[in-house]
Design a protein around this ligand. Structure first.
Ligand code: MIC
Ligand code: SF4
Length: 644
């Protein structure tokens, strides 16, 4: 039987297990990336492995999230990361140089390679034909230490693209349509692979916009073949020699297939407050907007900003709108400037920011009360913008600029001529600030600021477990709910005791105090949740900080992939209701006992009895043998040091 692109790359990298769907496999990781908000912890974890040098082909340490330096903390973390990169043999991309995913695509991505990143939008690399996956910092640390990355062999979801995108409709709309059809949990357990005649009309950066935003489907990753368009992009980056062709075999079989005829797509928009709340722009047109932001790893490539600039050559921005540009990278900024498009943007009245994540993760750019903010970003989870009760819509750069001109949500087809974009034959590389790895790091001292707290100790799993239901939440809880970000909390990412004070802050302000009280009287806390629990970010702090507060069990209807892996890494039991209807009868404050827990886990039990207020419920523990050992040891780091 023929193979898909994903299967070909996995086959070339497998080191443990066999490529049978649903089974755990271990694969070799060629490249890693970290960003600062997850990176500080990932490098503390890498240090704990005792390996003196990264073992990958390429590992890059980016600083793109915590750019607001309102006190010493973020600045100290940046310096720490630079010294770590110098010591352990990584590339370092400093603040202002761009968003990890955009810069990686431009300067490092190679078709056919595996990339593991401590950020959920790492699949951006799939636009170049890489198998690029997001993971928790600890998994990335292990990959840097040369260990395999373990995952459950996913099924392959084929998306057959036909037709050509009409004017004013772009890559973002393709994925908005996929999200509309499949929802934020439709990709769980799958690799999404694109194929079909429509691919010829999509450039590498269009494809990257699709695989990036594909993270919102909950998929393991998304991937395109590496073909002539991939070659063209690498050539324009001065990296033609790194191109290899990888296409699916004619008779490749996908586990599921959907087809999208791009020629009949219309401009789409995700309404508040979930990326899959998608409608046609025409259905919500006319609503006034106060803020329009073009940027993020989803839509701030040169093409995206060129479209905006070209439209603005003949138009002006509404005086009721704050129109802001967050460029994806220094390369994008340099090329825009060299072409003269930057001047157009300046004259239009746009606010031009440095290259980075900025408002996408609540680092500034919060919208005014009760008003609509339109963003080309990939996420609009409630409150993520920094404004409580925010109304954030997600759309393409075309919709964004049209709406900024009119002052209300606007179907861009109402504008006149569509600006067809010619991308440069050769990009200015814009990589002069990227520091290459040093031949040796022996002389380098790691510089630690006072905000970097030691990694917390984690005790092994007790014989039996006794706790309290600390909180009950509904479906689609995001890691932004569990461990919020933003300018106030992000600087605490390297200080677990301090950041744990904000766990579930926007959901229930009393959560932390309850967890602390329970930890004294009982052994720990349990959280009960609905479907797709832990979707969104890869931040391991959403497991690590609750664990620090004594949370040892999560009982939900279903988990998002990365969060489940993070829970196991930090010794939290990921249990799923055997009978989802049981969810209804459990109340916050209920007393929980899991008798003989260690014995059950050691014996490989898949069904665990959980006694809640004296009544027996059954939960499924779907984990591998390796996961069981990690849970028993109390954390992946404990397990790794025990098995040395
Ligand atoms: C996000 O988009 O939510 C983030 C911020 O990039 C996260 C990483 C983080 O929380 O540090 C992600 O996507 O993994
Ligand atoms: Fe940064 Fe936003 Fe992309 Fe996350 S989604 S990496 S915060 S730009």
């Amino acid at each position: 039987m023929g193979k898909t692109v994903a299967e070909k790359i996995l086959e070339a990298h497998i080191v443990e297990g066999t490529l049978r769907k649903g089974e755990e496999i271990g694969i070799r990781i060629d490249q890693t990336l970290t960003q600062d908000a997850t990176g500080t912890m990932a490098y503390l974890e890498f240090e704990a492995t005792g390996i003196p040098r990264v073992q990958t082909d390429v590992s890059v340490c980016y600083v793109d999230h915590n750019l607001v330096q309102s006190d010493f903390r973020n600045a100290d973390d940046h310096r720490f990361l630079q010294s770590v990169a110098r010591k352990y043999g990584l590339y370092f991309s400093p603040p202002g140089n761009g968003i990890s995913h955009q810069v990686h695509l431009e300067r490092f991505g190679v078709p056919g390679k595996t990339l593991l990143g401590s950020d959920s939008h790492t699949p951006t690399g799939g636009g170049l034909g890489m198998l690029a996956m997001g993971a928790g910092g600890l998994d990335v640390a292990m990959a840097m230490a040369g260990k395999p990355f373990y995952l459950i062999m996913p099924e392959i979801y084929g998306v057959r693209l036909t037709g050509k995108l009409p004017d004013w409709v772009s890559a973002k709309d393709v994925l908005l349509e996929v999200l509309r059809r499949l929802s934020v949990k439709g990709g769980v357990g799958y690799i999404i692979e694109y194929f079909g005649p429509g691919l010829a009309g999509l450039t590498a950066t269009d494809r990257a916009a699709i695989t990036n935003f594909g993270a919102e489907l909950g998929a393991t990753t998304s991937v395109f073949p590496s073909d002539a368009n991939t070659k063209k992009f690498l050539d324009s980056q001065g990296r033609a020699d790194q191109w290899v062709e990888i296409v699916a075999d004619e008779d490749a079989e996908y586990d599921k297939v959907i087809e999208i005829d791009m020629s009949i797509l219309e401009p789409m928009i995700a309404c508040p407050s979930s990326p899959d709340n998608v409608v046609k722009v025409s259905e919500v047109a006319g609503k006034p907007v106060s803020q329009v932001l073009v940027g993020s790893c989803s839509n701030s490539s040169l093409r995206d900003l060129m479209v905006v600039a070209k439209v603005l050559e003949k138009e002006t921005i509404s005086s009721d709108v704050s129109f802001e540009i967050n460029p994806g990278s220094r390369q994008v900024l340099e090329n825009l400037t060299a072409q003269g498009d930057m001047l157009t943007l300046m004259k239009s009245g746009a606010r031009i920011h440095q290259a980075g994540c900025l408002g996408c993760i609540g680092m500034g750019q919060a919208p005014p009360t009760g008003s609509i903010s339109l963003r080309t970003f990939p996420r609009n989870f409630p409150g993520r913008s920094g404004t409580q009760d925010d109304k954030v819509y997600l759309c393409s750069p075309e919709v964004a600029v049209a709406s900024a001109i009119k002052g209300c949500i606007t179907d861009p087809r109402d504008l006149k001529e569509y600006p067809h974009i010619e991308l440069p034959e050769k990009y200015l590389p814009g990589d002069q600030r990227i520091e290459a790895p040093r031949a040796s790091g022996d002389e380098i001292e790691i510089i630690r600021g006072p905000n970097i707290a030691p990694f917390p100790e984690m005790e092994a799993l007790p014989e039996s477990w006794k706790g309290i239901v600390l909180l009950k939440v509904g479906d689609n809880i995001t890691t932004d709910h569990i461990m919020p970000a933003g300018a106030k909390i992000l600087p605490l990412r390297s200080n677990i005791p301090a950041i744990s004070e904000f766990v579930f802050n926007s959901v229930d302000e009393q959560f932390v105090q309850r967890a602390k009280d329970v930890a004294i009287e009982y052994i720990g806390g349990m959280v009960v949740g609905g479907d797709n629990y832990g979707q969104g970010s890869s931040r391991e702090h959403a497991a690590l900080a609750p664990r620090y507060l004594g949370v040892r069990v999560k009982l939900v209807k279903s988990f998002a992939r990365i969060h489940k892996a993070n829970l196991i890494n930090f010794g939290i039991l990921p249990l799923v209701f055997e009978n989802p209807g049981d969810y209804d009868s459990i109340v916050q404050g209920a007393k929980v006992i899991i008798p003989a827990l260690r014995k059950h886990i050691e014996a490989g039990a898949e069904k665990i009895e959980v006694q809640i207020d004296g009544k027996a419920y059954y939960a499924i523990l779907e984990v591998s043998q390796r996961h069981r050992e990690i849970l028993l040891a109390g954390s992946l780091l404990n397990w790794a040091s025990e098995s040395k």
